[in-house]
Ligand binder design. Structure first.
Ligand SMILES: [Zn+2]
Length: 262
């Protein structure tokens, strides 16, 4: 059973009420589907830009509520600016289904100009933007704890896993029997407790379509993380886990950019 923080209407109203000088909120049309996506831009555009997204699978609701919580509580670090997609599959969120209203897994439609209304809208709106980091928030019904996918060769994911473990959150051991997306074989990904580092080019081939994160890993983002929380855990734990993971990744990114300058 899916534990949810509320309806899509409630989520959208909470975002709408944040619109102002700090949070610049827009509704972006998804072509002839008639649907819209919420998009929020936060912070000084001269700062390095971070992309944050959630809710591309409608039956993974903790991510959208965690992003809202981070912004409502003004917990995103001011050293970066942000392009946020608060819920990238609203029709799936409303139906509590992985796919969108047409039955399409939106997270396989990010090749080229996009082959779903949602992906096309996001790709068009993000065109020409580059990101120092991109994070997409998911959930996994088979996971026993937090884990992440990382592209870009850095070790932000490892920092996040260490920090979450220190805060007492469960981390998935990612044993060899655990199915990671793909399927990815050992030649094209390495796995350790809480973290999968994957070959973005190979994963695109075996997935049969580009995910949001893979498309950004190939073009547009220097570091890319996909976070997964265990759907079987308590609702508050999953939201807190996502929020803490985003904050830890931003801390690690700041530390990394600081050490590069030194
Ligand atoms: Zn997912």
């Amino acid at each position: 059973m899916i534990s949810s923080g509320g309806t899509y209407r409630e989520l959208a109203e909470r975002w709408q009420s944040l619109h102002g000088a700090r949070v610049r909120l827009q509704r972006i049309g998804c072509g002839p589907s008639g649907r819209t996506l919420l998009r929020a831009d936060i912070g000084d555009a001269r700062r390095p830009r971070v992309a944050l997204a959630a809710g591309i699978h409608g039956d993974e609701p903790a991510g959208p509520w965690a992003l809202l919580q981070l912004v409502e509580r003004a917990e995103l670090r001011p050293e970066f600016c942000y392009r946020l997609w608060p819920c990238t599959n609203p029709s799936g969120f409303i139906a509590q289904s992985r796919a969108n209203a047409e039955g399409i897994d939106v997270n396989r439609t990010f090749a080229g100009d996009g082959s779903s209304p949602e992906a096309s809208a996001i790709i068009a709106a993000n065109r020409g933007m580059s990101f120092t980091l991109s994070i997409d928030l998911h959930e996994d019904c088979d996971a026993t704890g937090f884990y992440c996918y990382e592209y870009g060769g850095a070790h932000l994911g490892r920092s996040v896993v260490e920090a979450l473990a220190q805060q007492g959150f469960p981390i998935d051991p990612l044993e060899a029997t655990f199915d990671v997306a793909g399927p990815l074989d050992d030649a094209h990904c390495t796995r350790e407790r809480g973290r999968v580092a994957a070959d973005a080019a190979h994963e695109g081939l075996v997935l049969g379509g580009l995910s949001y994160s893979l498309a950004l890993a190939r073009k547009g983002a220097a570091h890319v993380l996909t976070f997964e929380t265990p759907s079987a855990a308590a609702w508050e734990t999953r939201v807190a886990m996502h929020a803490a993971a985003v904050s830890c990744a931003l801390d690690a990114l700041l530390e990394e950019s600081g050490s590069h300058r030194a």
